[in-house]
Write a protein that binds this ligand. Structure first.
Ligand SMILES: Nc1ncnc2c1ncn2[C@@H]1O[C@H](COP(=O)(O)OP(=O)(O)OP(=O)(O)O)[C@@H](O)[C@H]1O
Ligand SMILES: [Mg+2]
Length: 160
């Protein structure tokens, strides 16, 4: 597991950009963390890194947005999903096992729907008084080629 500490919104976006530059087609990234943790901020950085132009917002109301960059980016948010029937309607497998990169906010709400091979990023607020500090925990699940994490590892060891 890799842990990176972010000291503000812009740093989280930068971390996302580094990740988005190297993210391979077909990757699924599950984003976990409380309300306001920074999942959408990180997703915005990943989208920028993947060459998406324009604004990336949380897809809370529409459940999914599709963006086009160097590759297609599918951005889901499970927060408002009530039950598994809603998930079936989304036809997730088409995205999870497709050529694009899938980002899922609140992925842990329906863990059994996620593909085995995925990157999980959990964002935790700092327990202290440090309002702008976030701890990002990276976990690779299943069989992944870890190469795309090299740049983020360099960033992690350069910081702190
Ligand atoms: N280090 C940091 N990284 C990211 N966001 C930060 C950081 N410090 C403060 N913030 C603030 O925290 C908020 C994160 O909002 P964001 O919408 O990304 O959260 P979220 O995890 O997507 O929440 P939700 O579950 O509601 O979708 C923003 O207001 C941002 O300015
Ligand atoms: Mg969000």
């Amino acid at each position: 597991m890799l842990v990176i500490t972010s000291h503000g919104e812009e740093e989280t976006r930068t971390i996302g950009r580094i990740l988005g530059k190297g993210v391979p087609p077909g990757m699924v990234i599950a984003l976990k963390g409380d309300l306001g943790a920074g999942k959408t901020v990180l997703a915005q950085g990943i989208a920028q890194g993947a060459g998406v132009e324009g604004t990336v917002n949380s897809p809370s109301y529409v459940l999914m947005n599709i963006y086009h960059g160097q590759l297609e980016l599918y951005h889901f948010d499970f927060y408002r999903l009530e039950d598994e029937d809603d998930l079936f309607e989304l036809g997730l497998d088409e995205y999870f096992y497709g050529e694009g990169v899938t980002l899922v906010e609140w992925a842990d709400k329906f863990p059994s729907f996620l593909p085995e091979d995925r990157l999980e990023i959990e964002i935790r607020k700092d327990h202290g008084e440090q309002e702008f500090v976030r701890h990002l925990f990276f976990r690779t699940m299943g069989k992944l080629n870890h190469m795309f994490l090299e740049e983020i590892k360099k960033y992690a060891s350069a910081g702190d």
